[in-house]
Design a binder for this molecule. Sequence first.
Ligand SMILES: CC(C)(COP(=O)(O)OP(=O)(O)OC[C@H]1O[C@@H](n2cnc3c(N)ncnc32)[C@H](O)[C@@H]1OP(=O)(O)O)[C@@H](O)C(=O)NCCC(=O)NCCS
Length: 154
Amino acid sequence: MSSLPFHDLHFQALTPQSLEDLMRIEESVYAKPWTRGNFLDAMKNNNWCQLLMNEGELTGYFVAMMGFQEVHLLNLTVAPSYQKRGLGLHMLQCLGMMSQTVNAEWIWLEVRVSNARALEVYEKFGFRKVGERKNYYPLTTNKREDAIIMSYRL
Ligand SMILES: CC(C)(COP(=O)(O)OP(=O)(O)OC[C@H]1O[C@@H](n2cnc3c(N)ncnc32)[C@H](O)[C@@H]1OP(=O)(O)O)[C@@H](O)C(=O)NCCC(=O)NCCS
């Protein structure tokens, strides 16, 4: 996306050394953030763990898992100060291209029913709602929240 107002956008793989910067964003964005252990497991399992950098600064990241002819997007996050500037869509486009290189036919994801912003961005990209998972996400101590399942045909 050449029209994005950033001059040095590039991806780099997540490493244990870059995890501190990522965790600062993760913990500032989510009420129920992933833990360091979750990200380390994702790296160990050879999930795609990509950082979107601009001029040395971490602007966002995604984690996705490859399956048979499909890719499951597990985490997509843009740093608060970089949101609403096209980076979420940019990461989805890059994930789409990466997924094509492994001959995937679908990308799947789950999103909280309350996450209107993410739903909007996923729909804008081309994801469609295909189902729900009841009580999928933890909410408060004894409450849970449904997930919407979305898919994108590559
Ligand atoms: C959901 C999330 C990833 C979206 O990322 P984002 O970077 O804010 O989304 P984008 O900016 O790409 O969204 C596209 C919007 O940017 C606009 N935009 C601005 N400049 C743009 C450009 N140059 N190119 C493309 N789009 C651009 C688009 O028009 C669109 O506008 P809209 O607000 O009217 O929809 C982000 O809000 C986030 O990290 N939220 C918290 C974590 C989260 O909920 N993650 C998802 C969990 S399932």
